[in-house]
Design a protein around this ligand. Structure first.
Ligand code: ADP
Ligand code: GLC
Length: 474
């Protein structure tokens, strides 16, 4: 089985969020299952050039905006599966991955170049597995191409939704220039008067997956459907939820190179050293028995930052430290700054993206907050569990699927989970968690329950393999 895995971000080449982690780990896990998988990815100016092994093509021709454009392609082995990186500085040397006014051109070009590359490599894959809106273009092109036969006519497609809220919307007048010229080809993009590459991909892919089981149901309803629930309901027999895994080569407190000390479920002593290291890093008082409540996230409404804002006062009243790592919307950055100014000996904030610090916080914190409004899967709650940091989450999407509420009667459970999206429900759960934090034996039990959960990629990779095979039975 030969798979071309397309992503706009993948660790170690680029990462803005969980998709980077997933696309960095899943191809490797698929390769371990015997799949012949290659990653295709843009070569950004921010990508570390040391990761590249060699230039494999210096003249890949891409039919683009009425011209033949030539780009070069680099090969890297740094991702655990061969990765081909498309070098088009005009589009990918922008200092960042997304957020440019011409993103639809940038990723349509990426999609087009990826398909040209497959042609150049000379062996059609059995399936193209695309991720999120940037790859919707490739899926739509493949479907359109089937009508005229040719090299990729037998290649099947799977599109994975990592976040339905990001739909790749753009001015429908640009479709013609990008190269979708026939009625039906253009129609699949149309979404409330605009064009959407995600919608086009969802309309035209042979199968659709999303990153947790619960989210696969949630997106079929109007509340989480972001206007596309009708389409997902229509295609529900082609839609599957596969919960993400954790790359334990990267997220493992027993080996993590970013940590001051190492630890595991059998020997938690190093975690205290990591807590001390974390408090020192942020210049907080070295009060090791005071609980550290932490968050790491993009600062957007999705992550429940409105609830954190409202509950922050109670977190401080309850006597905890609060540590936040994140960047995003200025209203949340301002709130964090104000909170820190208000209680500088109890609150620490790092505004920005900092990978080593994310590991150090996972290791040094006691409680991890993820009160998300919605969460397709979420990775940090799973990292937290492995690092003995107990998650407090809202029961939505993948958070609900991966965190089990602690039950004192049985001693089972890996964290604390609330249903209702309200600051009151969040503060109540934080208070409940703190009650158990104050009982060290019970707390260690919860920590160990979480640390022993196996969220490795293997199980998920096997499910994807089954989906790839099923594409040929459709
Ligand atoms: P999402 O993809 O919606 O942002 P996930 O929980 O799936 O949420 O994944 C987020 C990933 O991005 C995690 O690996 C997390 O550690 C990382 N991350 C988020 N914000 C930051 C930040 N400011 N600095 C470092 N890593 C971050
Ligand atoms: C998205 C989602 C997140 C998920 C990640 C990886 O960014 O917001 O919940 O874990 O993709 O699939």
């Amino acid at each position: 089985m030969r798979i071309a895995f397309l992503s706009s971000e993948a660790v170690p080449f680029a990462k803005t969020g969980g998709l980077g982690d997933v696309a960095g780990a899943l191809p490797k896990a698929l390769a371990e299952e015997g799949i012949d998988v290659s990653l295709i990815h843009p070569l950004y100016d921010t990508t570390d050039r040391h990761l590249l092994r060699e230039q494999v093509f210096d003249n890949l021709e891409v039919d683009w905006l009425g011209h033949r454009r030539r780009v070069s392609v680099w090969l890297s082995e740094a991702a655990g599966a061969p990765a081909f990186l498309i070098d088009a500085p005009e589009y990918f040397s922008r200092g960042r991955v997304y957020g440019e006014g011409d993103d639809h051109y940038r990723f349509a070009f990426f999609s087009k170049a990826a398909l040209s590359l497959l042609g150049r490599l000379g062996q059609a894959p059995d399936a193209v597995h695309g991720n999120d809106w940037p790859c919707g273009f490739a899926v739509a092109w493949l479907r359109a191409g089937r009508a005229w036969g040719g090299f990729l006519a037998r290649t099947r497609t799977l599109l994975s939704i990592h976040n339905l809220a990001y739909q790749g919307l753009f001015d429908a007048n640009d479709l013609w220039r990008i190269g979708y010229r026939h009625g039906e080809e253009m129609n699949v993009f149309m979404s409330n008067g605009a064009a959407s590459s995600l919608k086009a991909g969802l309309m035209t892919s042979d199968a659709i997956s999303t990153v947790s089981r619960r989210y696969s149901f949630e997106i079929q309803g109007p509340e989480q459907g972001h206007g596309l629930d009708w389409l997902l309901r229509q295609r529900q027999d082609r839609l599957i939820g596969i919960t993400n895994g954790v790359d334990y080569d990267v997220w493992n407190p027993a080996t993590d190179r970013h940590l001051a000390a190492h630890f595991s479920a059998d020997d938690l002593r190093g975690k205290r050293a990591c807590k001390l290291d974390l408090l020192r890093r942020f210049g907080l008082p070295e009060e090791l028995d005071r609980p550290v409540i932490a968050t790491i996230s993009r600062l957007v409404a999705q992550k429940g930052y409105d609830l954190i804002e409202q509950a922050a006062g109670q977190i401080l009243e309850a006597g905890a430290f609060f540590i936040a790592l994140g960047s995003g919307e200025s209203r949340y950055e301002n709130f964090l700054q104000a909170l820190k100014d208000h209680a500088p000996r109890r609150v620490a904030v790092y505004k920005g993206f900092n990978e080593p610090l994310a590991h150090q916080i996972e290791a040094g914190a006691d409680i991890f907050l993820m009160p998300s409004l919605y969460e397709p899967c979420g990775l940090n709650q799973m990292y937290s569990m492995r690092y003995g940091t107990v998650p407090v989450v809202r029961a939505t999407g993948g958070l609900d699927d991966t965190v089990e509420q602690f039950d004192p009667a049985t001693g089972e459970g890996t964290g604390f989970k609330f249903e209702h999206y309200s600051a009151q429900a969040l503060s109540d759960k934080i208070r409940e968690a703190l009650v158990w934090y104050a009982r060290p034996a019970a707390w260690r039990r919860i920590q160990r329950n979480g640390m022993r959960v196996d969220n490795s990629w293997q199980a998920a990779a096997r499910k994807y393999v089954r989906v790839y095979h099923a594409l040929f039975d459709l």
